[in-house]
Each structure stands twice: as C-alpha cells, then as structure tokens.
Design a protein around this ligand. Structure first.
Ligand code: SIN
Length: 554
C-alpha cells in the first residue's frame, strides 16, 4: 500500500464515497475498508432518503418533524442547513445515475412515508435504496484515477501530532492534529503507517455492541473508538435507536422489515391479532420510532410473547411484491408470505444517534480529522433520529467537508509531514500464543448480552451501574491478556466494542432524565432546560490507566 495521500477516507458507505468523489478533484484519495467494499450499512439501507421534493411539502414541515423527533436536543441551525441543502445533494445523486422510483407526474418521484413524517417525502428504490446508491457511487469511485480503494484494511488507530501553541513562554493551548492512521492489512498481516493531509472517519454505526441488531457484522463502532482514543470529543452516545421491526425468525440474522411497510399501511398486532399502538400515541403505527419500539417492548414484557406481528395482508399482493421485492422474497424464503401472513417482528439496535462531535463542515475537535455519517454527531438527530434522515445527513456533510478540504489543500501541501512512528502502539504478533483465543469470542458475546440486557430500550440506574462494572472488568481482562493474543480483526474490533460499550453506559448514567431514545425507569420524566444539552465525553488523563492497547511494539 502506498503510504501518502492527500485524503485518507475510512469506510466505503455513502459518506466516504461521496466525500471521495468530490475531494478527488483536488488530490489523491485512499479509501480503506475493513471487508469487501460493498459491506457497508449503506448497502443494507432499505427505506430511503428523506427530502423535501413533493408538491405538498415544505422545508418548515421537514424541519419541524426532525425537531419533534429529536425531543429538544437537535441543533436547529444544523437541522435547517441539512434540510434546505438536501435537495441539491439528492439532485447530484440522480445525475450520477441513482434510479429512484418515479411517481405518476412528469419528473416526479414516488415518495414513501415513515414514522414521524407529516408528509410523504422518502425517495426510495423499491426497498433496496442503499444498494442502488452504493452501486452507483462505487462505480464512479472505481473509475476515478485519483481514488484508490483498499479492501480488507482495518484502521487501528490515528496518528496524532500533539502540539503546544506558545506565545513567548506562555503555553496558550494544546492543538492536536491528525496526520494519518495505522492501517492493518488483514490478508497480508502487516500494519502500514499511512500519512494524509486530512483523515475522514466514515465508519458507520455500532449496532454490533448489542446482541440483536439490524446492522451488518461490520458495524462495530470502530470510528468512535479510534476517535476517542485519539482525544476527540464524542457526544450523545446514550441515544441508541432501536428499530421497532426486525424480522423474528431463528434463521434470519439482522433482517429489517422497513418502516416503509408501515408507511404503506401495515399495522402492528399481537399474537391474538389485536392492534395496540392506539394505546401509546395518536400517530399509532407511524409514531416516532422510540415510542413504537418502547410500546412493542412493553407489549412483549406484559404478555410474555417472544414477538409481535406486522400485518400488511390487506394490501394488494402484486403491489406488495413490486414495492417490497427484497422483503417479500426474504420472508418467503423463510416460509412467511407477507401477502397472506403477518410478519413476526421484534425491536433491535439500529442506529447510533450520537457519535464523534463535529461542526458544520464535519470537522472534529482534532485538526484535520473529519467524521461523517453515522459515526458523527452533527446535531441533526438530537435524542432520536427521524427515519430516513441519515443518508441525507451523510451527503450534506460529505459535501461540506469536501468544500472545506479543497479550500485548505493548498496550505496543507506546503507543510512538511512530521516524523511518524512506523508502528502501532498496540498488540503485534510477536510473543503471542493461540491458547487464549477463546477470550475473544467469549468477551464479544459477554459485551453484546450485557448491553442488550442492561442498557437496552428501558434502563434503570442499577442496571447501568452493573453494566459499567462488568464492562470495566472485561476491559481489565483484555488489557492484561491482549499482548499475548495475536492481532486479528476480531481482536481489534473487540477492543473498540468494549470501549464503545463503556462510553454508551457512561453517557446513559450521566443523563438523569428520560428523553427521546433514552428511557430510564428511575428518572421517567423529561428534565428541564438544564438537561436539554448534549452529553459530551472525552478521554481524560485518568482514563489512560484503562486505555487499550497496552503494549508498544517495534
Ligand atoms: C427503514 O427502512 O425502516 C430504515 C430507515 C431508517 O432507518 O432511516
């Protein structure tokens, strides 16, 4: 792998690819992705992209829906920015060749509906919107001579230059600058030090921190862990969005039943065929996602049932097959004919509303380090993301980051790169043995169960405190034994997973109220203005004690 680029992009979903395509006009771009380039959250997105396009829609309505969903924590200026510039970004996608489903009028799109939206405004490509977007963006990136894509390359840590800014003898402030990353070539078994003028973390979500999730296996929160270890600020990690309707079937792993199905009229029912959402919210099945997920959780806990059902059998079967071909065929392969049978569903971890804190350009609190997409916390989602706002957010911030980077690239090029260490301060393959490999699988499982049982849809002070004790214990165990375990993707991901779990718990403990996706039985009411602020976490000197990795190699 070449070791110097203008831009190093980590992740090959909509955020990374959109940025790369724009930034490649001004310099060289490396996209590193830890598995196959198509193995991204984007590729699995079913619903679509929320955008003000319909005749009956208005920016103000979409802004208001987003603010209502965010439950007092959205940053209104960011909401305004994303929603008003969104249509330009969608236009670019259409020009690149993404084929959204068309409506009946000239130049019109078929706009779907999802929970919390007061208008039909979801652009979609049947029920495989992410795949349609990813395909077009990957093809464009692959034909760009300035972009190189490295599959099976996992970023372990960032290269950070710590710099004291002095005026005479007075230490004014410390300014940390990102200079690149340590990249693990999984197949080759080597760690490369890659230097870059700007590093873009576009690593997606962290659903795998929970036992049940709609996310693919890659969603292990790597970007969050990397940024935290580097000293960046993260925010609002307590707001984990549980999607109300994941398929409940022993052979179905992570399969989502899109909210668009409810948008087309599906009703949630219990085992006896009774609807229940009317008990919880006037918007019933199309209430905000936090409300629907909690309602299902309550119904399951009070009835003792393993799941609830989603019933769309009243719709025309040809319509269902055409509108939801992916859901129809996946369910049919498991013996569920959605045109005739109610679909068994349960809530599962789906989206991280918090993340690496960024400004309006996607820039983090570390110089030259950007975070875009699900791994970022821009202020758009607040305490609960409005459905289908995330692909829109990724496009808007990729554009903003690219504009800023292209303005700064001239001054960046004139600087000299500092000496960068040739190795990662983590575990290397020397002096290791295979004998403790069981620790990896065991702790992966422990963390995911712990988070599901103690830090799930409904929380209590006691369970959060217990969860923190357990996760710190796991981290201590890893710290002690990691140096003896050979480096692998599983090990590096586990290290990040443990940290992300700890940070979610710490944020949840700090929020002593219930708001949006964070519901704590011991603090059931929403707090006053004092609580209406972001929960910000940053590595402190004391935490270095527990910090992983533990050994220096090379
Ligand atoms: C869905 O299709 O239900 C997912 C949409 C989203 O999470 O925004």
């Amino acid at each position: 792998m070449k070791n110097q680029f203008d831009y190093l992009v980590v992740g090959s979903g909509i955020a990374g690819l959109t940025f790369a395509l724009k930034a490649a006009k001004s310099g060289t771009v490396a996209i590193v992705t830890k598995k196959d380039k198509l193995e991204t959250n984007t590729n699995y997105a079913q619903g679509g992209i929320a955008c003000v396009i319909g005749q009956d829609d208005a920016f103000g309505l979409h802004v208001q829906d987003t603010l209502d969903s965010g439950d007092g924590l959205c940053h209104p200026d960011i909401v305004d920015f994303v929603i008003k510039t969104g249509p330009d970004r969608v236009k670019e996608l259409v020009e690149l060749g993404v084929a959204f489903n068309l409506g009946t009028g000239a130049d019109s799109f078929d706009l779907g509906r999802e929970g919390g939206h007061s208008r039909n405004r979801i652009l979609h490509a049947q029920d495989m919107t992410g795949k349609a977007v990813e395909k077009v963006l990957i093809a464009a990136a692959e034909s760009d001579p300035n972009i190189a894509i490295f599959e099976n390359h996992l970023v372990l840590d960032l290269v950070i230059q710590h710099q004291s800014m002095k005026a005479g003898s007075v230490d004014l402030y410390q300014q940390d600058t990102c200079r690149g990353a340590f990249v693990y070539d999984v197949a080759g078994g080597r760690i490369h030090t890659v230097v870059a003028n700007a590093v873009l973390l576009c690593t997606g979500g962290a659903g795998k921190v929970y036992l049940y999730t709609s996310n693919p296996d890659v969603a292990t929160g790597d970007g969050l862990a990397i940024a935290y270890r580097a000293g960046a600020e993260l925010a609002n990690l307590e707001f984990v969005q549980f999607h109300p309707t994941c398929l409940y079937h022993p052979a179905a792993k992570n399969f989502l039943i899109s909210e668009a199905v409810r948008g087309e009229g599906a009703r949630l029912i219990d085992k006896r065929g009774r609807t229940f959402m009317e008990k919880y919210h006037p918007l019933k099945d199309l209430a905000f996602r936090d409300i629907v997920a909690r309602a299902i959780d309550t119904e399951m806990k009070t009835s003792g049932d393993d799941c609830v059902f989603l019933d769309i059998t009243h719709k025309d079967s040809e319509f269902l097959k055409g509108r939801f071909p992916n859901i129809y065929s996946r369910c049919l392969s498991l013996g569920i004919d959605i045109t005739k049978d109610p679909i068994p569903v349960v809530p599962a971890a789906h989206y991280m509303c918090g993340g690496i804190l960024t400004n309006r350009s996607g820039r983090t609190t570390i110089e030259n380090l950007y975070a875009i997409g699900e791994c970022a916390c821009t202020g758009l989602h607040g305490a609960n993301r409005l459905a289908s706002n995330s692909l829109l957010e990724a496009m808007v911030f990729s554009h903003a980051a690219a504009v800023e980077c292209m303005e700064r690239i001239g001054s960046w090029r004139s600087r000299v790169f500092p000496e960068v260490p040739e190795c990662w301060a983590g575990t290397c393959a020397e002096n290791t043995s295979q004998s403790e490999m069981v620790m990896i699988a065991h702790n992966w499982d422990s963390i995911r169960r712990l988070m599901w049982n103690y830090v799930g849809i409904v929380r209590t002070d006691k369970r959060l405190a217990l969860a923190l004790t357990h996760v710190l214990q796991i981290k201590m165990e890893l710290k002690e034994h990691m140096p003896n375990i050979p480096l692998s993707s599983d090990l590096a991901e586990l290290q990040g997973l443990a940290l992300v779990a700890e940070l979610i718990i710490r944020c949840a403990i700090r929020r002593r109220e219930s708001r949006g996706l964070h519901y704590n039985v011991d603090h059931p009411a929403k707090g006053g203005v004092d609580c209406a602020k972001d929960t910000i976490v940053r590595k402190s000197a004391a935490e270095e004690f527990l910090a992983l990795p533990a050994v220096q190699c090379g």
